[in-house]
Design a protein around this ligand. Structure first.
Ligand SMILES: [Fe+2]
Ligand SMILES: [Fe+2]
Length: 333
């Protein structure tokens, strides 16, 4: 993957260092923007730093992953992101079992009707935009949650592995969910290289990916990470049914819909395993993490809601939801 294009002084400093520039130019104490979750510069800088822990970039030495100056900047940006999430997300105290708390949280969620819009109204170009946004995470689907495996007690670990085996295709690379998503892209005539669309997605789209990396890379946030996964799995099955219907309404082939079709049934099971065995198992073994499990789920819903608001309000106003209007052709019809 190529390094992205900078969007401001912070991302410019990070990208410049990775291009061989002087690390002394990295800010010691970067200012906190007004809207951390939606800030293009901060989210891109953090996304770039996080990618060093996944597949990295062409022409950037692998050893940069643990470069102390970059870790210092990453920690400063992570502190801002976590503080913004803690400020924007409220979690009610409650004595119920964690699985019941997660269910109540999700039932009370009043996110905007993005999946319904994509099912019934979105035109081809809006659908392509949606897939472009999602490609930033879905081409590495499951990877951030895998960080939790060695950090969990027995029952929770077993539950997470059960989910991840499915996500990674159960030993069949073609069934890996990230590969199924690659087929959505190719069937729709879009680029399928990892990171191909990073330069055109806004900060809130990068934030969706960044909060998973934040929770995943810090063991202290393992409760939030599994709560995030549970919310993800518990809110996936019905929207995926709608997405598949929306794509077929526009004439897409079954191969373009397979990613969504698979999630209708897979996530109906994953949500049970995630809520009861993964989150329930962790809360039972480490009760002090219970509030963080619920926080992680609430943070997932919150950032997803902001993402959906961004798309729907852009489309409502007749604008593209991407940073630049792109000619996104839909090949399959
Ligand atoms: Fe999946
Ligand atoms: Fe799943």
């Amino acid at each position: 993957m190529q390094l992205p294009r900078p969007r401001g002084p912070l991302s410019a400093a990070v990208i410049d260092v990775l291009n061989g520039g002087d690390s002394a130019a990295l800010p010691n104490d970067p200012p906190t923007p007004d809207d951390v979750l939606g800030d293009d510069d901060l989210q891109l800088a953090l996304w770039t730093l996080y990618e060093l822990h996944y597949r990295g970039f062409d022409q950037v030495a692998d050893s940069w992953e643990w470069e102390p100056r970059l870790i210092t900047v990453r920690r400063a940006l992570e502190a801002m992101l976590l503080a913004a999430l803690r400020a924007e997300v409220t979690v009610q105290q409650d004595d119920r079992r964690v699985a019941d708390r997660l269910r109540r949280l999700i039932d009370a969620d009043d996110g905007p009707p993005l999946s319904r819009y994509l099912q019934t109204r979105a035109d081809r170009n809006q659908w392509l935009q949606f897939v472009v946004h999602r490609s930033v995470y879905q081409l590495k689907e499951a990877d951030p949650h895998t960080w939790a495996i060695p950090r969990l007690p027995t029952r929770a670990k077993s539950a997470l592995v059960e989910i991840q085996v499915d996500e990674y295709g159960g030993g069949d690379a073609a069934r890996m969910h990230s590969e199924l998503f690659r087929r959505v892209l190719t069937q729709l005539g879009l680029a399928d290289e990892y990171g191909a669309y990073v330069d055109v997605v806004p900060g809130i789209t990068l934030a969706l990916s960044n909060i998973m990396s934040l929770f995943g890379l810090q063991r202290a946030l393992r409760g939030a990470l599994v709560g995030h996964l549970a919310a993800y799995e518990m809110t996936s099955s019905l929207p995926c049914r709608r997405y598949a219907k929306g794509l077929r309404r526009l004439g897409a082939r079954d191969a373009a819909c397979a990613f969504y079709d698979v999630h209708v049934t897979a996530d109906a099971l994953h949500e049970q395993v995630a809520a009861h065995d993964l989150c329930g198992g962790l809360a039972e073994a480490e009760p002090t993490l219970t509030e963080d499990i619920v926080f992680g789920a609430a943070a997932c819903l919150h950032v997803d809601k902001r993402f959906a608001q961004h798309l729907l309000s852009s489309w409502d106003g007749g604008r593209t939801s991407l940073r630049r209007a792109r000619n996104l052709a839909m090949a399959a019809s």
